[in-house]
Design a protein around this ligand. Sequence first.
Ligand code: CTP
Length: 216
Amino acid sequence: MNILVTAGPTREPIDPVRFIGNRSSGKMGYEIASAFAREGHTVLLVSGPTSLDVPDGVDFLPIESANEMNEAVANHLGRMQVAVFAAAVADYTPSTVAKEKIKKSADAIMLELVRTTDILGSCRSEHGFAGTLVGFAAETENLIAHAREKLTRKQCDLIIANDVSKPGIGFESDQNEVTLVYPERIEQLPLASKHDLAHQLVRAILMLHAEKCAAN
Ligand code: CTP
């Protein structure tokens, strides 16, 4: 099967030397891409800047900004059966990018930010994607309620939810503890390395895809 995975942070440019970023290491998405490839699938990994090596057997499409990630997804989604959105995409980007490095002047300056496209949220509505759609939800409170809301709003088949307020899991960590939020049920997975967890997630996603195909 053809599988799309987004991973890593995005960088939203302010001027030629500055950007707005986030703490995503990309590890979870890279492990998922690698696990799908080891299962024999054709994987396209669309990734923001990370310090990770590209996993063996994975096609790699590097991007920087949310806008570039959106274009990459729009260009390739049509031939995918499964799409997994593990990237930490900036929700806002500077309204203008200065051509030259901004020099310091006043004691306080304002930076206007505008909304980026919700890439996962536009898969069904904009691109008519009919395959298996999986998103992540990184939350600091009301984990299940927020994940459920994202599942519905973004028309996903599964949301992989993690509580990023818990120490030692999620962003920048090698471990993660997630809850799988499906339309009809939830499943809590135990704390595991991102490597081991990726295998469990891939198995769950492939089973979900098989069920979805059987039902259609
Ligand atoms: N996502 C995306 N494009 C965006 C923002 C988020 O594709 N512009 C995807 C992420 O890759 C993730 C899911 O949407 O799979 C949820 O991301 P999150 O930031 O938790 O959700 P938001 O919709 O941005 O909601 P909020 O920030 O208000 O919690």
